[in-house]
Ligand binder design. Structure first.
Ligand code: NDP
Length: 475
């Protein structure tokens, strides 16, 4: 299969004819070719978007709602096809694609479809002699760049609010997970989205992503990906005075107290650590356990994790699939080696498993738990983004907070305790954009989403996203 760019409602070959291979990481087999788009393709997409933008900006909220809601319906109706594509591109368990990735992509469109009708702005009266009111107008043409870990989920999380707010979009999925984005183009045509309103370009960051960021007519960039890439994007976009939203990496702490609901916490920690093979920016990777339950919790967690079913992502029973690529597998294995060199003790996992699927070229890694590492070592400071966690102990709430905040990242934390006062106290002291109490990945799409410190700039979700994708004008 040869994927094409989606520009002005048509499916086009890349102008310079360059293609990249798309690999199924669970089998090591090439499954398709995708365009490696260049500046020339970005230019075509910008021209299509520029033609479409006046009409889309003045389309009524109700009409935008109807189209975006129809896209949500179509995503739902194509659940099996989209889930299969997501799993084949990424190696994630099909059960996960069906339960998380694709339903959430539909929810993103449905949620922001309603935002198109309900988005409102403020007015400020000055006594009884004057009134200000604020218009929030579409920016025009905006760029959305997303990663491979939750492909359609994160792609639509950006595109849907950008369209709902009346912008035209140039969007790029990761070169490692292009297929559902390609299928989204077909869905948009079927839903009646006017030509040029959404343009989807395939390619790598070097050629396609950087050309989107540098294009002078693309006035805002919404990016999710690694912290180093975020820096590069900011270096180009900031001097051009583009609006930028950067959702970057994490090294998320998980604080477990002796008074937690024990069985539920064991089970949830296994989930928050290893869902999607640990390749979710919100996964917990530094597990902090109160000393009095440390040994028991450790033993029970290892037992739970060793029961996780690793194998062929296409089987419904599989809980742990493949990592995204051989290169990423190597990166994660290097971190496991580093952990050993730093004095870490591997409690379980740490190896490439023998799986039932074709083993030679696939990218699996066993879920891995490491102890005996201090907070300052690289294993506890750098984002690994794979099925690898460390466990550390603490004695007091203050010590737990110090360990939790000892990171350049500040994306998400979770706190596990039945002491309500303690939970409330801790939430104010944790330096992260999101704190969950006795739960994880429970998301209300109206809430602000994003991180502090090296985890990014700005917030997505609800009003925050609608405000990002509009210019405020005070009258
Ligand atoms: P990358 O930063 O490598 O890539 C993200 C996207 O940016 C891809 O589409 C990539 O293209 C593109 N890109 C790469 N270089 C450039 C560039 N110079 N200019 C413009 N675009 C570029 O991240 P990964 O795809 O490896 O994703 C994993 C990272 O994403 C982790 O750090 C994770 O924490 C973070 N993440 C953050 C989330 C959050 O909400 N905070 C959510 C999910 C993930 P290509 O891959 O095709 O080269």
């Amino acid at each position: 299969m040869k994927l094409k760019n989606f520009i002005g409602g048509d499916f086009l070959e890349p102008t310079l004819g360059n293609y990249i291979e798309n690999m199924n990481p669970a089998t090591g087999k090439v499954i398709s070719l995708l365009p490696n788009s260049t500046h020339e393709d970005v230019q075509l997409a910008v021209e299509a978007a520029t033609i479409a933008k006046k009409s889309w900006a003045t389309t009524s909220g109700e009409d935008r709602f109807k189209i975006l809601n129809k896209i949500a319906d179509l995503i739902e109706s194509k659940l099996d096809e989209l889930a299969l594509a997501e799993t084949t591109d990424t190696g994630k368990p099909i059960k996960f694609s069906k339960a998380v990735d694709i339903p959430r992509a539909a929810s993103n469109f449905r949620f922001f479809a309603t935002a198109a009708m309900q988005f409102a702005s403020e007015s400020h009266a000055m006594g009884d002699y004057a009134i200000n009111y604020t218009l929030r107008q579409p920016i025009g043409v905006v760029g959305c760049i997303s990663p491979w870990n939750l492909p359609l989920y994160l792609f639509t999380w950006k595109i849907a609010p950008a369209l709902a707010a009346g912008n035209c979009v140039i969007a790029k999925p990761s070169e490692l997970s292009p297929t559902t984005a390609y299928l989204l183009g077909e869905i948009c045509n079927e839903a009646g989205l006017p030509k040029g309103v959404l343009n989807i370009l395939h390619g790598d960051g070097l050629h396609t992503g950087s050309a989107i960021v540098a294009h002078p007519d693309i006035k805002a960039i919404s990016f999710t990906g690694g912290t180093n890439t975020g820096k590069k994007i900011a270096e180009v976009a900031a001097p051009m005075f583009k609006k930028i939203s950067l959702e970057l990496g994490g090294k998320n702490p998980c604080l477990i107290f002796a008074d937690c609901e024990y069985e539920k916490t064991i089970s949830e920690v296994s989930r928050l650590a290893f869902s999607n093979q640990g390749q979710i920016c919100l996964c917990g990777s530094r597990i902090l356990i109160e000393q009095s339950i440390y040994e028991k919790f450790k033993t029970d967690l290892i037992h739970k994790v060793q029961q996780l079913n690793i194998g062929d992502p296409l089987l419904e029973a599989t809980q742990i699939g493949s990592l995204i690529s051989k290169a990423h597998q190597q990166k994660v294995m290097n971190y496991i080696q580093l952990a050993k060199e730093e004095g870490g003790v591997i409690l379980c996992g740490g190896k490439i498993p023998i799986t039932n699927s074709q083993t030679q070229n696939n990218a699996f890694i066993e879920p891995t738990i490491i102890e005996n590492l201090g907070p300052q070592c690289r294993t506890n400071q750098e984002e690994i983004f794979g099925p690898v966690i460390t466990i550390q102990s603490f004695n007091t709430d203050e010590e737990a907070i110090t360990l939790a905040n000892d990171s350049n990242y500040g994306l998400a934390a979770s706190v596990w305790t039945n002491n309500h006062n303690r939970a409330m106290q801790l939430t104010t002291k944790l330096n992260t954009g999101i704190v969950w109490i006795n739960c994880w990945l429970l998301r209300d799409l109206r809430t602000p989403f994003g991180g502090m410190k090296d985890s990014g700039v700005g917030r997505e979700g609800g009003e925050e996203a609608m405000r990002f994708f509009t210019e405020a004008k005070n009258i």
